[in-house]
Each structure stands twice: as C-alpha cells, then as structure tokens.
Design a protein around this ligand. Structure first.
Ligand code: ZN
Length: 359
C-alpha cells in the first residue's frame, strides 16, 4: 500500500509529492519529480521524536539533506513497528555496547587508582611539590591544635634545638623539620606534611628522661623521612576519587574535617614499623640509648584506654595515632654491650625543655 508523503531533496526548497511504501529493502520512494529510491530502515533517522499529533519527519544516513515528511498516522505506526529506533529512547543493543565501553573504561580507571593506592602512595608523595606539602601541613597543624598555645621559652627552645642537633648526628640526610610544642594536656606526638612535628605538653610531662623524648622525636622524624603523612593524604584523596567513580557523584572532599585529619594522622602498621626502624637506626648512630623509645612505648601501652580531655581529645592519645604493640616494643633492642651512649641533652637542658610550656 502506497501513501502520499512530501519529499525535500535538501538542495532546493521545492516540496515534492511522492508515494512511499514499505518494501523488502526498506522505504520505497517514487514520484514524478524525484528519482526512485529506497531508504533502508536502519539508516533512517527521526528528525524529531515521533508525536501522534505531528507528521513524522525523516532523514537518511545516505541522503544528507534530504527530508521525508509523512502525515499518515497508520503508515507511521507501521513504520515505527519495523524501525523502532525511530522512537528514540534506548536501543538495547547499542545501549549494551555503550555500557560495556564505559564500564570497561571505568574498570580500568578504578583498577589503576587501586594499584596506585596500594603500591605507590609513598612514591607519589615524594613527588609532591615542597610548597604544597608545606602549606597543607601548616593548615593541618592549625586545625589540629585549635586554639592551643605554642610553648616556647628561650632556654626551652635552645634545649629542643640541641636535642634535634644531636639526633641529626644519626642521619646525615635528616629532612628539614619544624618541631613545635603545644600546651595540650594529652600525651601525643605526630608528624604532618612538610616536615612538621607536633609534641604536646602532656608528652613532655610524662617523659621520665630526655632519651624518651629523643626516641619519640626519632620515630616522628622516621615518618617525615618516609613521607608517611603525604602518602596518607595521597591515599585519602585517591579513595575519594574511587568513591566518586563508584557512586557517580562528585563527592566533596573533607580533608579539613577532623575525621579527615585524624585519618591522615593514623598510621598503618607498616608505616609504624618503618618509622621504628628509622628511629632505632638514627638513635644508634647518634649514640642515644634506644631503650628510651622502648620505655616510652611501654608507657603508651599503660595509658591506652584512659579517658582524655581538652583539645585534641577527639583524636585520642598517642596510641590512636601510633598504635603500639608489644611486638613493636620487643623489636627495640639495647645497643650492644660496650657501645658508648651519651645523653641527648644535659640535665639542665632537660629541665629547660620540661618547663617550655611554663611552670
Ligand atoms: Zn608513628
């Protein structure tokens, strides 16, 4: 059954009356003013989505510019039944194809990120610009210590400098550091991006000897030297990206939130062992007794679980940022018998350091 339709050739504006019918090869078009042609069904394209109230306007892949306008509703329905892609919407075959393409792309991307996160955060972190690490560390420190007062006194600062200078004898490549003591009652110490190390008054109060503070500092310097804080940032940023890929949202980062900060501080077991290894090597080379670190770790174990208050309380004690285990403690051995040991600072300097936050 042939019905009337209108044909534009795309070159002139003349509307040609044609007869169209559905043949075995597709839409057959004949007319006095156009050459007979057949438009294959898969090549058809609806210029607008088909509406019952409007004539159907068609184009064809092989006839650029040409248009066919069909007003007959019955014929249109018949055509749509044979060429459902004209209805728009989803073509299941093409959709599956597209889905597999996008899916495999995302899988590859997620896989790459996963591999990066698992094996390379520390390597990636080493390539972060110093300026970036410095700024991030500065902001993190300000957020973490909140309004706590910085502890300093001329004599106390001098004692801290002397202690760091003695530790530096244990590592010729010791990274540049910025160590600060804050008037915070909780016993804690942590390393931040950009070589920043924070000690609390609580930690100095609990330390029985300068060897213990030297040990804690050496451990924190180990975190700095191995880029652990930066690596943790890379890991967290990567997880955010993975999550947004998985959920399809842009997922706002909350590195400034306390939960985010605490996550950056929390060291993995591997990072802790690495920092311990560095500390023991540094202390031994500087001829400082590593038993100080051991004693301090034992102290941390007994403090674990005690309630804490004041600023930083939400972060918990030093135990939550550097989980101590008896295994770790057992790995710290005394220097061999006969090895020369020296105090990291004099008794007077130790006194000055203990009082750096005031009497
Ligand atoms: Zn640690």
């Amino acid at each position: 059954m042939a019905i009337e339709a209108i044909y534009f050739d795309g070159e002139t504006s003349r509307d040609n009356k044609v007869l169209i019918s559905l043949g075995p090869q597709g839409l057959e078009i004949t007319g006095d003013t156009v050459s007979a042609q057949t438009w294959s069904l898969p090549g058809l394209r609806a210029i607008d989505p088909p509406y019952a109230s409007q004539p159907l306007r068609l184009a064809h892949r092989r006839q650029p510019g040409a248009r066919l306008i069909i007003g007959d509703r019955g014929f249109t329905e018949q055509l749509l039944a044979q060429a459902p892609h004209l209805r728009g919407g989803i073509n299941p075959k093409r959709a599956l194809h597209l889905f597999l393409w996008i899916g495999s792309g995302l899988t590859v991307l997620a896989g790459l990120i996963y591999l990066t996160l698992n094996f390379a955060p520390q390597k990636l972190a080493a390539f972060l610009p110093d300026e970036w690490s410095r700024r991030v560390g500065e902001q993190m420190e300000a957020s973490l210590v909140e309004k706590a007062r910085t502890c300093q006194s001329t004599a106390g600062n001098r004692a801290l400098t002397a202690l760091l200078a003695n530790l530096a004898e244990g590592d010729a490549d010791m990274p540049p550091l910025r160590v600060r003591v804050y008037d915070i009652p909780i016993m804690n110490a942590f390393a931040l991006p950009g070589g920043r190390i924070v000690l609390t008054r609580g930690l100095l109060d609990k330390a029985a000897a300068p060897d213990e503070v030297a040990g804690v500092l050496a451990h924190e310097i180990g975190h700095v030297a191995h880029h652990h804080p930066e690596a943790q940032l890379v890991r967290i940023a990567g997880v955010q990206i993975l999550l947004s890929v998985a959920t399809g949202t842009s997922g706002g980062t909350n590195a400034s939130s306390l939960a985010g900060l605490a996550a950056v501080l929390k060291s993995s077991r591997d990072a802790e062992s690495e920092a311990d290894g560095y500390a023991v090597a540094m202390l031994s080379a500087a001829r400082i007794d590593p038993m100080g670190l051991k004693h301090f770790f034992e102290k941390i174990l007994t403090e674990e679980g005690k309630p804490s208050g004041g600023a930083l309380s939400r972060l918990g004690t030093v135990f939550s940022t550097h989980p101590v285990t008896t295994e770790r403690i057992d790995l710290i051995k005394p220097l061999p018998e006969g090895a020369q040991i020296k105090p990291p600072i004099t008794d007077a300097q130790w006194n000055d350091l203990k009082k750096i936050c005031g009497p």
